[in-house]
Design a protein around this ligand. Sequence first.
Ligand SMILES: [Zn+2]
Ligand SMILES: [Zn+2]
Ligand SMILES: [Zn+2]
Length: 216
Amino acid sequence: MQSASPAERNVLRDLVPTFDPIRLAARLLSPRASLGLRSRAMGLFDEPGLQRLVDAGCPKCGSVKLSFRTYVDGLVPLMGGEPIGRVKWVYDGEKFVDGVYRIVCLGCSHEIFAEDACPRCHAPRGLTRALETPNAWTVPSRCPGCEGEEVRYIAFLPALVTYEGKRADKAKSSIELFDDGFHGYRVDCRICGTVSERTDGCPLCDAPGPLRPRPD
Ligand SMILES: [Zn+2]
Ligand SMILES: [Zn+2]
Ligand SMILES: [Zn+2]
C-alpha cells in the first residue's frame, strides 16, 4: 500500500476541519483489522474506501463535489427541559467517518454509497428506524446532581456535509430536539460534569446492547 502524499492528507483534513490528520492518516493506511461490519471500532463505510473516493471523485462523472450524510454528535443547551440555543456540533473527524451512511455525487446525483444498517450499532435496517422515530430518551428538566435548570443535552443527529473539491462546508442539520431522527444519549452539567448517559441499548435504533466502541 502506498503512503498518502501530503496533498491527499490535506483533502481529508479539509473534509473535516477538526480532526488530527496524523492519526487519521495512520488509520487510513493501516490494513483492515478484520472483515467489514464486525470489526471493533469501524464504521459502515471503511476509511480506505473513503480515501479512494475522495481522491478519485464520482465513478460515473468524475466530479469531486460530493455530499455526505452522517450521524454525528450535537449538543443542545437546555433550560428547564426546553432548548435555549442552536445545536453545536461536538464530533471529530473519526466520528464523522464512523457515522457516514450515504454519499451522493453533486455533479450527476449518482448514489456512490448507501447503507441502511444502524450507523451506531450496525443492526440491519437500523438507519430507517433511527431516522423515522423520535427521541425516546429522557429530556431532564434539571440536573440530577445540583438541581440547576441548565444542562447540555448531547445527541446523535443526521447531518449533511457538502464537499466541494477543496474543502468541506460546515455540517448542516434541520433536525431539532422533538423531531424524528434526533436521539439523545448523554447529559452534561457545567458544574457536575456528565450526569447521565444511555448505556442500556443503541440510542439510534433501540437495539439491545452492548454497543461497539466508537473511535475516540
Ligand atoms: Zn457523478
Ligand atoms: Zn443501532
Ligand atoms: Zn449539576
